[in-house]
Design a protein around this ligand. Structure first.
Ligand code: ADQ
Length: 467
């Protein structure tokens, strides 16, 4: 690659050294190669000019575009999180469409495209993150940008049937086709994407594996994201989780960690845990569910509803089972520092990860990385999470079935040490190998891969010459 790497993501770390998996991986890739990181400035302005604000950084450039309150409402809360998010998470019933959302979403993408086109060199390689910027490649092409542009979609590719609920269904596919590389989390996502293009009569599979839509050819690949597993494993030993929780010697913990989002299957998880308590015999040990779920996107109606539902469910379950010296569900609404989180995973006998739909789910990987290999806990994981494709040694459950969750909890708690070690060893190998740096390298490797002209290309240029 001779040009710069330009990464575009909605969130951009404001400080010099970022924390948290994905942003750290991007920071490392840019520190190594140099380049430019572009993202949304977190402070809203009255009027957004088409000038980038330079942010402090070391070794590479960081630039933020400004957004107005209207952009925030129509782009971020509106089309991105009230239309695309439910659509991709198989919840077309939660789509909230307002007439201003689509134009606002496209307008912001076009504005960012104009700003990037002004500073991009022909050799630069642009790597776009996630569903906030689906129209960006198409908008950049309109502005004359010819370099390679890749997308990584962190959330699931929608089911073909759900896409019918989108008024802009045709455009949605054209947005993808304007990229040179579309990275998706799982093979199931790739299959859905190819099937959607096929059933829309739009795509043609080429012999070299690329998809051809009109004149454009692009790669659609499964590139599952990972975590900084080594660092996470180290962090998990820095504090003693049992004393952080002030646990009594007879109490065992099951842990759940999620943003408070309807896709994460939290009500089903609470019901499953309740069912487990109902069917447990009174004994010496007590098993509590520690659920850490900080609220997000609270201005979107569907998020306020899930909060109310959970509070009522945890109230009911605690009401039925609480004793003088024990409350079964400990429900924390705040973000927790990462080193604390790692220590809490380590002392939890079960990591309970039950999303109804999830691009990947990094919590499943963090839980595995944090365990003591000599005495590991058990991962209980939805088979509908992207992570299940790589983590077959977890206890895979149906997140819609509370009894299935309850049985998996009981099985995990009773699992003999030998079986726990075997399952954990296999899971840990995968989490360590397929870490976030490997993901980043794989994505960039594909994006910068030189493409030899194919047989189809030769035929096409021959046809052009003769006309
Ligand atoms: P998310 O939907 O945010 O990510 P996830 O992959 O689970 O879901 O990542 C959440 C991250 O936030 C984890 O690193 C977790 O530790 C952290 N976190 C959650 N609650 C926390 C709390 N209370 N305190 C501190 N940290 C907390 C989207 C997609 C996923 C995909 C990722 C990455 O929806 O499917 O795995 O992007 O591609």
């Amino acid at each position: 690659m001779t040009g710069r790497l330009i990464v575009v993501s909605n969130r951009i770390p404001m400080g010099d050294v970022p924390s948290g998996g994905l942003v750290v991986a991007i920071h490392e890739a840019l520190s190594e190669r140099g380049g430019l990181w572009i993202g949304a400035h977190p402070d809203v302005v009255d009027e957004a000019t088409e000038e980038f604000a330079d942010l402090p950084s070391n070794g590479y450039e960081k630039k933020a575009f400004r957004i107005t309150e209207e952009d925030h409402q129509t782009h971020y809360l509106g089309y991105a999180n009230s239309v695309l998010w439910p659509l991709c998470h198989h919840r077309a019933d939660l789509l909230a469409m307002e007439p201003s959302y689509f134009p606002g979403y496209v307008a912001l993408n076009e504005r960012v495209a104009r700003m990037i086109a002004r500073i991009a060199e022909p050799e630069d390689m642009i790597w776009v993150q996630d569903y906030h910027f689906l129209p960006l490649a198409q908008a950049l092409r309109k502005e004359g940008v010819t370099g390679r542009i890749g997308l990584f979609l962190h959330i699931p590719f929608p089911h073909a049937g759900d896409l019918d609920a989108l008024s802009e269904r045709e455009l949605f596919l054209d947005w993808f086709a304007a990229f040179d590389m579309v990275g998706l989390q799982t093979q199931a996502d790739v299959a859905r994407c190819l099937e959607t293009f096929r059933s829309a009569g739009k795509g043609e599979m080429m012999l070299d594996g690329r998809l051809k839509v009109g004149k454009r050819k692009f790669d659609v690949l499964s590139l599952p994201i990972g975590i900084d597993a080594e660092r996470f494993a180290e962090m998990a030993t820095e504090h003693d989780g049992r004393s952080l929780l002030n646990l009594s010697p007879r109490e065992d913990i099951i842990i759940g960690v999620d943003r408070l989002d309807y896709s994460k299957g939290l009500p089903g998880r609470f019901r499953g845990f309740g069912r487990f308590l109902d069917m447990s015999e009174e004994g010496d040990r007590r098993v509590s569910l520690l659920q850490i779920a900080p609220p997000t996107r609270e201005d979107v109606a569907a998020y306020a509803e899930i909060r109310d539902e959970l509070e009522s469910l945890s109230g009911k379950i605690n009401g039925a089972h609480t004793e003088l010296d024990w409350t079964p569900i400990r429900y924390i609404h705040r973000p927790v520092p990462r080193d604390t989180l790692a220590a809490l995973y380590r002392v939890s006998r079960i990591g309970l990860v039950t999303p109804l739909a999830d691009g990947m789910n990094l919590v499943a990987k963090e839980y595995v990385a944090a365990q003591d290999p000599e005495d590991p806990g058990v991962l209980v994981l939805s088979r509908t999470a992207g992570a299940a494709e790589q983590m077959e040694e977890a206890l895979l459950i149906n997140p819609y079935d509370a009894d299935d969750i309850a049985r998996a909890i009981a099985r995990g708690l009773a699992m003999p040490l030998e079986e726990r070690r075997e399952r954990h060893k296999a899971l840990l190998e995968g989490v360590m190998r397929d870490n976030v740096s490997a993901w980043c390298e794989a994505c960039l490797g594909w994006l910068e891969r030189p493409r030899r002209p194919t047989h189809e290309d030769a035929q096409q240029s021959q046809a052009q010459e003769t006309t």
